[in-house]
Design a protein around this ligand. Structure first.
Ligand code: OSB
Ligand code: MG
Length: 382
């Protein structure tokens, strides 16, 4: 396809209730929505004008990952869009499958790169009339929905919050933990909701290997997994901790590519991988990690980054691949937003339906996108 123009919409979506993790509290979601206008081949090969949408999942501050919203915007404007347009000028066309290649000289910045690749892929698929799910290899039409529960002010508040989500139909609960909010809340939730609740925890890198004795106490609560207890760079230390615990070790922050996924599997740092397309540079790299993990007998599930309906649509499609054997963090739009950018995703008996329309199968509602946009940047191809 030939890109005609790219727009970057900075959007701000208020979050319905503050979301606290070991790295901070989110009250508003600032994101960059990428809009690619392009001429692409339709199913009969004739050129047709289409719009594709991408979402950059970088958070406002570099506390979960090195990337952050303003930095990602600068990165796209200053380096990635020029590199993509330069590739188009040299080759005449771009395809979703070559976006990663065209940006490879620029080190890191996976979330910014992922957003561009997602928008190009959406445009390409919309022109062809193919859905994200079909393209990625979905084998189911709905995915079980799990929810990530932030750190609360007290145990009673935690139990109330979890009860609400269980009543909503969420099939799996993930508790955020940090030093001082660790064993007690997990014990309380397991006790209150009984042995059948699918339960897991996520520390967002807040512990060290010196906390092994404390973390081992989590083995008593029959958790599905413990997610990223140690630092992003601590691959070997995660392997050591994994050997000391019966709870399966899951990595999030540490897995930035298919290569790191292979290394983590090889040295037994990860029995489970949380795949976040933004963190690994896009949906194509996410699928490669799925393929590697599946061939290695390692379970994967799809993480979340408080996505708008655009990211939620793509994540639902990815989660429909056969190796996604654990419920993901793909909740209904209402878990975070009163008004989503797109038609809201809703829980259907504890499941999220995988969109079936062309591309993402959803698009921003123009009026809502306009209302929530705080900044707009436009770049036309030369
Ligand atoms: O560690 O999985 C994480 C949100 C922002 C950054 C990191 C994480 C999370 C979540 C929430 O746990 C996932 C979601 O509901 O979108
Ligand atoms: Mg996590």
């Amino acid at each position: 396809m030939r890109i005609i123009e790219v727009k970057l919409h900075n959007v701000r979506l208020p979050i319905v209730r503050p979301f606290t993790t070991s790295f901070g509290t989110q009250t508003v979601r600032s994101a960059i929505i990428v809009e690619v206008r392009a001429e692409a081949a339709n199913s009969t090969g004739s050129p047709t004008e289409v719009i594709g949408w991408g979402e950059c999942v970088a958070l406002a501050d570099p506390l979960y990952s090195p990337e952050y919203t303003e930095g990602a915007r600068q990165m796209m404007i200053r380096y990635l869009l020029p590199a993509l347009f330069n590739y188009q000028a040299r080759h005449g066309v771009v395809t979703a499958e070559t976006v990663g290649h065209s940006l490879r000289a620029i080190v890191g910045h996976q979330m910014a790169k992922s957003a561009l690749e997602m928008a190009v892929l959406d445009a390409q698929l919309r022109a062809r009339g193919e859905s994200f799910g079909q393209y990625l290899g979905a084998t189911v039409d709905r995915v079980p929905s799990g929810v990530s529960v932030g750190i609360q002010n007290s145990i009673p508040e935690l139990l109330d919050t979890v009860a609400e989500y269980v009543e909503d139909g969420y099939q799996r609960i993930k508790l955020k933990i940090q030093p001082g909010w660790d064993i007690e809340p997990v014990a309380a939730v397991r006790e209150h909701f009984g042995p059948n609740l699918l339960l897991q925890v996520d520390a967002n890198a807040a512990f060290t290997l010196a906390d092994a004795v404390l973390l081992r106490k989590l083995d008593a609560f029959d958790l599905l997994l413990i997610e990223q207890p140690l630092g992003e760079a601590d691959l070997r230390q995660h392997a050591e901790l994994a050997a000391l615990m019966s709870t399966p070790m899951c990595l999030d922050e540490s897995i930035s590519s298919a290569e790191t996924a292979m290394d983590a599997i090889a040295i037994k740092s990860a029995a489970v991988i949380n795949i976040k397309p933004g963190r690994v540079g896009g949906y194509l790299e996410a699928r490669r990690i799925h393929d590697i993990a599946r061939a290695s007998g390692v379970a994967v599930w799809c993480g979340g980054m408080l996505e708008t309906g655009l990211g939620r649509a793509a994540n639902a499609a990815l989660s429909a691949l056969p190796g996604f054997t654990l419920p993901g963090d793909i909740s209904a739009s209402s878990r975070y937003y009163e008004t989503d950018l797109t038609e809201p995703f809703v829980l259907d008996n504890g499941y999220i339906n995988v969109p079936t329309g062309p591309g993402l199968g959803v698009e921003p509602i123009p009026e809502i996108l306009r209302q929530l946009t705080t900044d707009l940047y436009t770049l036309a191809a030369a």
